[in-house]
Write a protein that binds this ligand. Structure first.
Ligand SMILES: *Cc1c(COP(=O)(O)O)cnc(C)c1O
Length: 462
C-alpha cells in the first residue's frame, strides 16, 4: 500500500480527531466570526498536483490555514442571506456519519438505508401534517425536487395525449401551457432541464401588493385551455415576502379543469411545523407533487430536499433504470434508484431522520415560531427608525427593507454590513426597488442577535 495511505490507515483516529477539533473550533467561533467571508480580489485557481502528496493531517492543516478564513459563517446565528438554515447538532452529527458509513442509498437488498429514508420522509410528512398517501424521495435540493415534479407533470400530460413521454419523447405532442404566479427562478431551470423550455412559463397577474397569484386570472387562463391539460406551479412561500398562493382555491379549480398542480414549498412548507401558522398551507393536499427543502428551514446541512407526490407510478415511469445488475422497478415507494435523477445516492435521509427524532414536533415548532417572532421584532425595529423603510409587511420569517436617507443607498448598506461582518443580509429587488432582505431560518438565532444586527445597521447609516 502507498506510504501515505498506509500511514493514514494507522492514523485514522488521529485524522478524525483533527477534523473534530477543526469542527469544534469553527462551531464555537460562529457567534464572533464574520457572518460572511471577505474574499481577496485575486485567488489562484490553479495549484500544482503533488507527486507524493503530504498525507491527511498536513492537508487538513493546509485547508484550515488557507481556506477556512474564506468560509462564511452561514451555519451561525446572524447569517440571514438567501434562505439559509444551519445544521442542528443531531443533523450535523448524522451528516458526518453519512460519509463514514458511505452507503449507496438504493434498495439493492444489501443495506438498510431505504428503511431510514422511508421513515425520514414519513416523519417530515407527519411534522407538516401532509397526506399519509403521499410518497417521497430525497434529492439534493429544491431545484432537483422541482425538476422531478415537472418531469412527472410532463409524463402526466403525455398520458392525456396517449403518449408515454418517458419512452417516446415529447416530439409531436400538442403544445401545453405552464402557469405560475411568482415562481422561483429554479422553476425555469427545471423546465429547461425537462425539455419544456424556460420561456414556456406563463406568469399570471398577482393580487395587488402581493406575490400571490390572482385566482381569477388563473381560472380565465384555464377556461381558455378548455379540456387541454396544463401544469400549474404554485408558490408556498416566495423568497422575498413569504407569500403563499391560495391552495384551497387552486384545489377547487382542479375539480373543474385538467391540470397538474406542483407546489414549490421549498422553505415555506416548514411553516407548517408550527400549528398556529399552518393555515397558509391549507389545501396543499390537492397537490400532485410538492417540493420541500431540508437544508433550509429544517436546519439539515447541505444538500438535502424531499419531493413528495401522489403519483408514484408516474415517477417510476420517468426515473426507472433497469439493467442486468439493477433490480426491476416494481412499484414500491422505497425503490429510490427508480424515483430520482441520481443512480448512486448519498444516504442524505439520515440527517433528517436524526434531527426529527432528536427534537420532535415541539422542537421544530419552536424553531419556526422563534424565527418568525425574530422577524417580527426586526420589522418593528426597522419601523421605529425613520432612516429605514419596510418594503413589505413582515410575513413569517423574512424582512425586506430599504434605506430611507440620503446618506447612503440600500446597495451600499448591504456592502457595508457585509464588510462589518456582524450579520449578512442578501441584496434583492422588490417591485423594481433595491432592498435588503433578512431571511431568519437558523435554530441558533436569538432576539439578542436581532438587536446586535439592528444596532449595527443603525451605526452604519449614521
Ligand atoms: C431556495 C429555493 C429553491 C431552490 O432551492 P435549492 O435547494 O437551492 O435548489 C426553489 N424554490 C424556492 C421557493 C426556494 O426558496
Amino acid at each position: 500500500m502507498y506510504d501515505h495511505l498506509h500511514n493514514d490507515l494507522l492514523a485514522f483516529d488521529a485524522i478524525l480527531d483533527q477534523a473534530r477539533t477543526m469542527a469544534g473550533d469553527y462551531l464555537r467561533s460562529l457567534p464572533q466570526r464574520p457572518a460572511a467571508a471577505h474574499l481577496p480580489a485575486e485567488l489562484s485557481a490553479s495549484i500544482a498536483l503533488p507527486a507524493d502528496g503530504e498525507g491527511a493531517l498536513a492537508t487538513l492543516q493546509r485547508f484550515e490555514r488557507d481556506h477556512v478564513p474564506l468560509l462564511s459563517g452561514s451555519p451561525g446565528p446572524r447569517y440571514f442571506g438567501f434562505v439559509t438554515g444551519g445544521g442542528t447538532p443531531a443533523a450535523l452529527a448524522a451528516d458526518w456519519l453519512v460519509s463514514t458509513y458511505d452507503q449507496n442509498a438504493q434498495r439493492n437488498g444489501e443495506n438498510g438505508t431505504t428503511l431510514i429514508e422511508r421513515q425520514a420522509i414519513d416523519l417530515l410528512r407527519q411534522l407538516l401534517g401532509w397526506p399519509a398517501a403521499w410518497t417521497g424521495a430525497c434529492v439534493t435540493g429544491a431545484t432537483m425536487a422541482n425538476y422531478v415534479g415537472v418531469a412527472m407533470a410532463r409524463q402526466w400530460i403525455g398520458h392525456r395525449h396517449g403518449r408515454d413521454v418517458a419512452a417516446d419523447g415529447l416530439l409531436g405532442l400538442p403544445p401545453f401551457a405552464i402557469f405560475a404566479g411568482s415562481a422561483h427562478s429554479s422553476t425555469a431551470k427545471a423546465l429547461s432541464m425537462a425539455g419544456l423550455g424556460r420561456n414556456t412559463i406563463q406568469s399570471l397577474p398577482l393580487l395587488p401588493g402581493r406575490e400571490a397569484l390572482d385566482i381569477n386570472a388563473l381560472e380565465r387562463a384555464l377556461i381558455e385551455r378548455g379540456d387541454q391539460p396544463s401544469i400549474v406551479i404554485a408558490s408556498a412561500g416566495t423568497v422575498n415576502t413569504v407569500d403563499f398562493d391560495d391552495l384551497v382555491a387552486i384545489g377547487a379549480l382542479k375539480q373543474r379543469y385538467p391540470f397538474w398542480l406542483h407546489v414549490d414549498a421549498a422553505f415555506g412548507g416548514i411553516v407548517a411545523a408550527s400549528p398556529s401558522r399552518r393555515g397558509v398551507l391549507a389545501g396543499i393536499e390537492a397537490a400532485d407533487s410538492v417540493t420541500v427543502d431540508a437544508h433550509k428551514w429544517l436546519n439539515v446541512p447541505y444538500d438535502c430536499a424531499v419531493i413528495y407526490t401522489a403519483h408514484l407510478p408516474l415517477q417510476i415511469e420517468v426515473f426507472k433504470n433497469h439493467s442486468a445488475y439493477l433490480p426491476a422497478p416494481i412499484v414500491v415507494e422505497d425503490n429510490y434508484l427508480h424515483l430520482t435523477p441520481e443512480n448512486s445516492r448519498r444516504f442524505r435521509a439520515l440527517p433528517i431522520w436524526m434531527s426529527l427524532l432528536a427534537y420532535g414536533r415541539n422542537g421544530y415548532a419552536d424553531i419556526v415560531d422563534r424565527n418568525c417572532e425574530a422577524a417580527q421584532y426586526l420589522g418593528q425595529l426597522i419601523e421605529s427608525d425613520s432612516r429605514f423603510k419596510l418594503a413589505a409587511p413582515v410575513r413569517h420569517n423574512v424582512v425586506c427593507f430599504a434605506v430611507n436617507t440620503d446618506k447612503t443607498t440600500t446597495a451600499a448598506l448591504q456592502k457595508q454590513l457585509h464588510q462589518d461582518g456582524t450579520a449578512y443580509l442578501s441584496p434583492s429587488v422588490l417591485n423594481g426597488q433595491p432592498i435588503l432582505r433578512a431571511a431568519i431560518c437558523n435554530w441558533r438565532t436569538t432576539k439578542a442577535d436581532i438587536d446586535k444586527t439592528f444596532t449595527t445597521l443603525q451605526k452604519l447609516v449614521s
